[in-house]
Design a protein around this ligand. Structure first.
Ligand code: NAD
Length: 277
């Protein structure tokens, strides 16, 4: 099998996206990087080129289908296709479920869910037509596998990304074209995500103040992480090579997933085992 040649990363201007781009560059791949922040994207481009990888940088708001379609067109025009697609861009709001405004929902759903959907809509049909092995990685979160207070909107979008990715993998299996799927589910680690508001469209206004306790919890969780964005990128590429679906970089995530599953099955058994007694 020929080695993968071209990787596309959204949200590549910072954090996990930047490290995914660098990890692909170190594998000898050509890069197409995109972000809503042009200056940050240019910094990533310089870092990728310093590794020796050819790199096309294109500004793109993933919540806009037309932007993502233009990104796919640029990839095919420049390099004739894409082998690995990383739908990574994401934003977060914090606060109790009932306090999220309509604009908060619109913004976070637009970037975290429609951003991934737009990537799949523009890239996967082209990958299918090309017919060569490929891989799609959608960045969700440990918040897409479990739940916690103060993160209802974010958790809802990240659970949607996990479900969408599971369905995408099943749909692709039926095509017979070897396109793999992975869903990346990190827990908290230090990146720019606490400053997500920097990319909120002016038209949506600013969101209400975040309760300091929620922000403090996130900050503490990030500081406590024993892994950083480069570790997450390395584990993600290992998962692609191993064709593993769930990429769960933090060891402590397993316990939260187990707790949630036990609660679901506990309530299920409370009804169904009692009714068969
Ligand atoms: N950092 C964490 O603790 C953590 C944990 C789990 C999952 N994640 C997920 O990792 C992904 C990357 O986030 P990060 O933590 O590296 O944060 P980050 O803020 O450092 O990087 C996110 C990037 O996405 C870009 N972006 C924001 N809105 C965009 C839009 N509309 N279109 C295109 N690009 C846009 C930003 O400019 C930024 O460069 C996100 O999907 C996030 O939800 C992060």
């Amino acid at each position: 099998m020929t080695a993968p040649q071209v990787a596309v990363v959204t949200g590549a201007g910072s954090g996990i996206g930047r490290e995914l781009a660098l990890a692909c560059a170190r594998e000898g791949m050509k890069l197409v990087i995109s972000d809503i922040e042009a200056a940050a994207l240019a910094q990533t481009q310089a870092l990728v080129e310093a590794v020796g990888a050819p790199c096309l940088a294109q500004a793109c708001d993933v919540s806009k289908a037309a932007d993502v379609e233009q990104l796919a067109q640029a990839c095919w025009r420049t390099w004739g296709g894409v082998d690995w697609l990383f739908n990574n861009a994401g934003v977060a709001v914090l606060g109790p479920a009932w306090e999220a405004s309509e604009a908060d929902w619109q913004w976070v759903l637009g970037v975290n869910v429609m951003g991934v959907a737009n990537g799949v809509r523009s890239f996967v049909p082209r990958m299918l037509e090309r017919g060569t092995p490929a891989h799609v990685v959608n960045t969700s979160s440990a918040a897409g596998l479990a739940t916690l207070p103060g993160s209802a909107v974010y958790c809802a979008t990240k659970h949607a990304v996990v479900a969408f990715s599971e369905c995408l993998a099943k749909d692709l299996e039926q095509t017979g074209v070897p396109i793999g799927v992975s869903v990346l589910c990190p827990s908290l680690l230090p990146t720019g995500i606490l400053r997500s508001q920097r990319n909120r469209p002016v038209s949506l206004g600013v969101s209400g103040p975040t309760a300091p306790a929620h922000e403090e919890r996130v900050r503490a969780g990030m500081a406590a992480s024993t892994i950083d964005a480069s570790d997450v990128a390395r584990m993600t590429l290992e998962a692609i090579h191993a064709r593993r679906f769930y990429v769960i970089p933090h060891a402590h995530t397993g316990a939260s997933v187990e707790r949630r599953m036990q609660q679901i099955l506990g309530d299920f058994r409370a009804i169904h085992q009692e009714s068969t007694r």
